[in-house]
Design a protein around this ligand. Structure first.
Ligand code: SF4
Length: 379
């Protein structure tokens, strides 16, 4: 089937070009600690061998810059660095990678007195100097706080869209056009809507598609498939990532899942859209990355899924996140949220923190809260 694609501009990321009618590129991200060079190189290469066009690595600390330089020396994969709050590391990382990803919502955490426009100007200058592309990576869990106050708190998508469009406008004004945009949400229906709205406003800007914290396979793949089928079939999307909560040695499954979804869409093997999560238990979990401080996270996500099976017919969302960096924000929309630290798991119910619990005690505490929620729903 020949699906017409949006007329996006080409953006070169190392040896791969996204947009401009090129095949949709498939990406993934390492989940090993970035400072563990050997393990990270092994994972980058495993992903590249599985067919990843681009591999992303997260960097939070200055100490990880040298690791990225060494990883670069040991692999030929196209590399993207994920700048979290510490955007100033860009100038030290850019010489070693092909693309920089920044999150507009994280540009506020450092140098608060500096306007975000100045920070973007700096990032565009660094990217230009080092032959890098940029990704404006907007995430539902960490949107620019000023934009959030403009809208009804229930409207998660408009602040995301505004943020992306503002950054595109500024980059265009700066004459930097080698960028793509992503708008990720953990709800596939949100991903569909916000990407449709963006593509309508900016059909020229390449889009990176993904459902964040899609969770464990097979449900994580199904959620992602729902979003990709609706978008790719309408010509939206130039590169994709399937985010799955799987152990490190199974990360290449993200690439296989992405390629399978794309092949199915191209062949017309499109499933009917499931009205996902509207009346059933919804467990979301992040795909893990180098920020995970305790590898027991993946096992915990699996145990949460097993333990909560009895609640499958209840409309409750449980979020399980791997780290203390994004965990608190990314669990905001959930009824029950967990995020992992080195020795403890944090738990909250809605916005109310319930405390930290050892790994061997968290499931029992979670069950207590889940039972209370079910009790309230059935009362
Ligand atoms: S929640 Fe934390 S560990 Fe999970 S993918 Fe996001 S940054 Fe990585």
């Amino acid at each position: 089937m020949n699906i017409p694609r949006n007329p996006t501009r080409p953006v070169c990321i190392g040896t791969v070009t996204i947009g401009g009618g090129n095949p949709i590129a498939v990406q993934s991200m390492t989940a090993t600690p970035t400072r563990d060079i050997e393990a990270t190189v092994r994972q980058v290469n495993a992903l590249a061998d599985a067919g990843a066009d681009v591999v992303r690595i997260a960097v939070d600390r200055a100490a990880e810059v040298e690791a990225v330089a060494e990883i670069r020396r040991q692999t030929r994969a196209n590399l993207v660095v994920d700048l979290q709050e510490n955007y100033r590391l860009a100038e030290r990382l850019a010489p070693h990678v092909n693309k920089l990803r920044y999150n507009p919502g994280h540009l506020f955490h450092h140098e608060r007195e500096k306007p975000w426009q100045e920070k973007v100007r700096y990032l565009a200058a660094v990217a230009s100097e080092h032959d890098c592309a940029l990704r404006v990576g907007v995430n539902c869990g960490s949107v620019d706080p000023a934009l959030q106050t403009k809208y009804d708190p229930k409207d998660r998508l408009s602040p995301m869209l505004d943020s992306a469009l503002d950054h595109c406008r500024l980059l265009d004004e700066l004459g930097f056009t080698r960028y793509c945009v992503s708008l990720k949400d953990s709800d596939p229906l949100g991903v569909i809507e916000v990407n449709r709205r963006f593509a309508q406003a900016r059909p020229d800007v390449p889009l990176h598609l993904g459902v964040t914290e899609a969770g464990l396979p097979p449900e994580g793949i199904i959620k992602t498939r729902i979003a990709f089928e609706q978008l790719v079939s309408q010509g939206i999307g130039d590169t994709i990532r399937v985010s799955l909560t799987v152990p490190n040695d199974r990360k290449p499954e993200e690439i296989a899942a992405g390629r399978q979804i794309l092949a199915d869409i191209a062949a017309g093997r499109v499933r009917s859209v499931v009205d996902y999560g509207l009346s059933t238990l919804n467990i979301i979990s992040c795909p893990s990355c180098s920020r995970v401080e305790n590898e027991a996270f993946v096992e915990l996500a699996q145990e949460v899924k097993r333990m909560t099976g009895y609640a499958r017919d209840h409309k409750i969302t449980i979020a399980v996140m791997g780290c203390r960096v994004n965990g608190p924000g990314e669990t905001d929309e959930a009824d029950l949220g967990l995020w992992c630290g080195p020795n403890y798991v944090n738990l909250k119910r809605g916005n109310q923190p319930l405390g930290q619990f050892p790994y061997d005690a968290i499931l029992a505490r979670l069950k207590q809260e889940l039972d209370a929620l079910i009790g309230e729903q059935t009362r």
